[in-house]
Ligand binder design. Sequence first.
Ligand SMILES: O=C(O)CCC(=O)c1ccccc1C(=O)O
Ligand SMILES: [Mg+2]
Length: 331
Amino acid sequence: MSFELPPLEELLANSHVVRLPMRVRFRGVTQREALLINGPAGWGEFSAFTEYKPAEAARWLAAGIEAAYQPFPEPLRTSIPVNATLPAVDAKDVGAVLERYDAPHTIKIKVAEKGQDLAQDLARVAETRRLYPQAALRVDANMGWDINQAVQALKALSQYQLQYAEQPVPGITGLAEVREQLRNAGNPLKIAADEAVRKHTDPLEVSRLGAADLMIIKAQPLGGIDAVLEIAKQAELDVVVSSALDTSVGLAQAAALASALPQLPYACGLSTATLFANDICAQPLLATAGYLPVRRVEPDHQKLETLRPREDRVQWWMKRLENCYAELTRG
Ligand SMILES: O=C(O)CCC(=O)c1ccccc1C(=O)O
Ligand SMILES: [Mg+2]
């Protein structure tokens, strides 16, 4: 961080814990909890998923502190092209979920969900293609396949014209292997690395090894805007900014990151506010015709009250802030 870490007491005193209901279950989550920090530069978000340990969650905290204490970078664009995000719902529900997005030009579809099979993925993607014949479609397997399953599934899904496939299998060499096998079979489908970037000790290894065609970069999991701009600068692959299922506060930071990237060849995964049944501000950061505005957001005082969870959850987050802060001071 290019600014002083503020005192812990100051952070605790200016933190607000919220719990947002989701419209559709997403990565096993139906209630999204976040700690929001009110700082001199604006609001920041700390919302590492609850199962993450302090060493990993500390990067999310660094991002939240950065947003609260440092101005956003000079934007190179005032709005960001974004994709709609479709959870792994039944094919019959695809229309209703996507109707909540305003005229999407790009749609990311979750596939390989635990407990589901390829037939369900094919039906979901087919229905999306039927309803949005002109849209760019991409899939995200969140490492849900092994290499053989991934190659088979992606060959079959390719009939619906995919823009790319995100993290079909775990690991970095796994991605390279799937990509290679598809190419050897005459299928040039692009492969995007997500978990292989944000959960790896070196986020640039994917790029160095040429294991994928593009990299997903996320503001919170990778430690904030400055850290991610540096990663993007050193990466030799195209980058796509995506959300971490943040509230509008975290999305504003991610949009600011996307606004400062010299190249933005793909729509970003930042229209996830649509997945919430309620958000912390009166005007949530929502996309219009597939474009998200770049701006700071201000939580609504009333909503901070009504969306505050039970006291034990508030205390759990305050304690977590403390533990992650200790990680940051350890350096
Ligand atoms: O990229 C998007 O369209 C939305 C964000 C998203 O999918 C996501 C959100 C939270 C955690 C993980 C992921 C993911 O990309 O795997
Ligand atoms: Mg992903």
